[in-house]
Design a protein around this ligand. Structure first.
Ligand code: ADQ
Length: 489
């Protein structure tokens, strides 16, 4: 619907993220099949009724020809998605290179890759140039679709240049930027050769959001120490302009998980899983196979637990579901073999003819299977070395209202700030501490489990993804209005 003045009835929200929430498969010269992938962000925004969301992003495929691009654009329009076309070289340098090989590890405290330590190396500079170019390509698409009154919400470390590109083109655009990863200490950020350019580009936004107060504080410190700007409780003073900086902890669509548990197919899966693991306690890890998730550390802690608690050896199983990601990046290939080697060794050491202590899968599970698995789990193990939030811990809690299992959670996940009182918090680098926590979780009294679960369940069901998205966007609207008032005064 439209108003009399031609503006849409609901405020339009342009959500810009590196990847569109669809997977696209080409079926012919001008035909595509599309599948919506219901990640956290998608379900968050589906629930938001005040806004009419449109998605802008890369469809994850290389489409060099015009016929294919046209057909894909048309197919995506039905899903309210607008594609940004990136060619293979840009994807290699911007996505695999600058985003995943430089910013991702740096923001998770893993440092810069050795060969790129000097800004003078060609690869760093050309990757950074590709990063800016890619961000400009996203901006072009946003500018083409933007209408007065729209809100533009940019997501994540892939698009740190986007706020600047957008504001350079149109000062009046409402632009917000949200980071899904941690923002590291300013001492880490300052090692990045392009540290200042990135900070300035983000500061062009009206509102900058992070999962936790600590990340927001690190960002403000980086701006004051590296750029010499003024930090205030509101954000960062940038000459004539205030950029508002705040924490907006994400959540999940908890109802979607709880509804799924009532689905007959899920009930059937639950029954099968219970039969398969009868007589054993189930421990669960669900992660993208990424170095930040601390998977080797988790498995080594489980080994130590088995070593020290022989009475548990045939009474517990660890199911580790690890979805392969970024398989083009060599570090990720190395991690896969490292994990396989440790799992093989431990299963060789503690397995019997009929059972193994660790079942490791290199794949993702569909939503209904995942829910069933969460529901039958006794102890979930989240041992991220760093993690912006970690939604797996939230999803586990949402599915545990009848079982009341225990969550072991890394203190370096953003979720530790919200689920800390209900979970057993651990330092994932301390293998002994994690092993002891496994023993404690398996032996915990039902009363204590109930009490801890109540705390987390309340949090997860009241701090939802929908509420997160609404809060961010309404805060962005308010921020812009306040800024206009300040200028008029
Ligand atoms: P991720 O690093 O991807 O997200 P996480 O928050 O745990 O981490 O979300 C992963 C999602 O993928 C979950 O919804 C989970 O169910 C799903 N998933 C993971 N492994 C799976 C498997 N084996 N099979 C099926 N599904 C699987 C980034 C940041 C996080 C931050 C989120 C949201 O790194 O810190 O919480 O964004 O901001």
């Amino acid at each position: 619907g439209e108003r009399a003045d031609g503006r849409p009835l609901k405020q339009r929200l342009l959500v810009v993220a590196n990847r569109l929430p669809v997977s696209a498969v080409r079926r012919g010269e001008d035909s595509w099949s599309l599948e919506i992938s219901a990640g956290g962000l998608v379900s968050a925004l589906l629930g938001v009724k005040e806004f009419e969301a449109r998605w802008i992003g890369w469809a994850g495929v290389n489409v060099p020809d015009e016929i294919g691009q046209k057909a894909l654009t048309k197919a995506l329009a039905e899903k309210r998605c607008i594609p940004v076309f990136l060619d293979e070289d840009i994807v290699h340098q911007y996505y695999n290179g600058y985003c995943n090989n430089i910013l991702w590890p740096l923001f998770h405290y893993l440092g810069l890759p050795q060969e790129d330590r000097l800004a003078t190396t060609r690869s760093f500079q050309s990757q950074f140039a590709a990063y800016i170019k890619a961000n400009e390509m996203f901006a072009d698409v946003v500018n083409k679709h933007y209408k007065d009154g729209d809100v533009v919400w940019c997501h994540d470390y892939h698009l740190m240049f986007l706020p600047k590109c957008l504001k350079d083109h149109n000062k009046g655009m409402k632009v917000g930027w949200f980071l899904h990863t941690p923002f590291p200490s300013s001492e880490i950020h300052r090692t990045l050769p392009s540290r200042s350019d990135l900070l300035h580009a983000v500061l062009a936004a009206d509102l900058v959001g992070f999962h936790t107060y600590d990340y927001a504080r690190h960002f403000v410190s980086a701006c004051t120490r590296i750029l010499g700007l003024e930090g205030t409780p509101e954000g960062v003073e940038n000459q004539e302009k205030l950029t508002r900086v705040a924490a907006f902890p994400i959540g999940i669509d908890s109802d979607r998980f709880m509804r799924a548990l009532e689905n007959p197919q899920v009930q059937e899966h639950i029954k099968e899983l219970k039969e398969t693991f009868a007589g054993r306690k189930v421990m669960l890890g669900v992660d993208r196979l990424d170095m930040i998730k601390g998977i080797p550390q988790k498995i080594l802690a489980f080994e130590k637990f088995l070593e020290e608690n022989p009475e548990w050896r045939d009474k517990v199983v660890l199911l580790q579901i690890a979805v392969p990601t970024r398989t083009d990046v060599p570090e990720y290939q190395k991690l896969t073999s490292q994990v396989h080697e440790i799992v093989g060794r431990i299963n060789g050491r503690f397995g019997t003819l009929t059972t193994v202590p660790i079942q490791h899968l290199d794949r993702s599970l569909d939503f209904l299977q995942l829910c069933a698995l969460y529901a039958v789990t006794d102890v979930a193990l989240v041992t991220s070395l760093r993690d912006g939030m970690n939604l797996v811990s939230y999803e586990f809690v949402a599915c545990q209202d009848s079982k009341k299992g225990v969550l072991i959670l890394s203190e370096f996940a953003g979720a530790a700030q919200s689920l800390g009182a209900g979970a057993i918090l651990v330092n994932p680098w301390n293998i002994t501490e994690v092993a002891n926590s496994i023993a404690r979780a398996l032996n915990m009294s039902p009363q204590e489990r109930e009490k801890r679960h109540r705390h987390n369940f309340k949090h997860v069901t009241t701090h939802t993804a929908q509420e997160w998205a609404e809060t961010f966007v309404s805060e962005l609207n308010v921020t812009v209005v306040e800024a206009e008032l300040r200028i008029k005064q």
